[in-house]
Design a protein around this ligand. Structure first.
Ligand code: ADP
Length: 187
């Protein structure tokens, strides 16, 4: 089973992805975490990605697609995966469709996290203090929200039209949102 968690930065996809991964027994693949690990390790890929991330821009598709195909093709993901932060563009969505269909697989469910901008900004500013992420400055946060609206939000319609999408209210507590995710993706 392949599941996508779709939503703006700060919507809680990472937290819910961990809970869902444990419940359904699939690995979570978070492209942001993979990129941050590459930056920390100082790999060439990390060096290429960092300047985009710090500015709140999307990392180019060729970098992301290599990363995701490696993870989706790994033994851990042979029964599927939960994708957090990917796809973020229509081109990425089409590429993952192609990759999955080449092995007779598909995207089964998309959970869309719905939440207002003010709540997102509040959460991200709070998180900046705790995690010290270099892209949690107010300029980068604003840019990431703009990039989400322009480049990622069109995926809502893309998956809606395929009939695989469930929209959930992402404003409640972690437990409340987890319950909504569980309704959308029963074990
Ligand atoms: P957030 O959802 O809070 O922005 P992420 O950890 O998902 O946090 O992403 C952090 C940054 O990593 C993004 O702003 C972007 O630069 C990069 N990134 C993550 N996933 C992708 C992706 N699928 N395509 C392009 N860039 C990505």
């Amino acid at each position: 089973m392949n599941i996508i968690l779709l939503g703006a930065p700060g919507a809680g996809k990472g937290t819910q992805g961990d809970i869902l991964a444990k419940r359904v027994g699939l690995p979570k693949i978070a492209t942001g975490d993979l990129l941050r690990a590459a930056v920390k390790a100082g790999t060439l890929l990390g060096q290429q990605a960092q300047s985009y991330m710090d500015r709140g821009l999307l990392v180019p598709d060729e970098i992301i697609l290599g990363l995701i195909e490696e993870k989706l093709g790994s033994k851990d993901a042979r029964h599927g995966a939960i994708m957090d932060g990917f796809p973020r563009t229509i081109a990425q969505a089409e590429a993952v469709d192609g990759f999955l269909s080449s092995r007779g697989d598909q995207i089964d469910s998309v959970v869309a996290f719905e939440i207002q901008d003010e709540t997102l900004i509040r959460r991200m500013i709070g998180r900046a203090g705790e995690e010290g992420r270099s892209d949690d400055t107010s300029d980068a946060i604003r840019k990431r929200l703009q990039v989400y609206r322009e480049q990622t939000a069109p995926l809502l319609q893309f998956y809606e039209e395929r009939g695989v999408m469930a929209r959930i209210d992402a404003t409640g507590s972690v437990d409340e949102v987890a319950a909504s995710v569980a309704k959308a993706i029963p074990s």
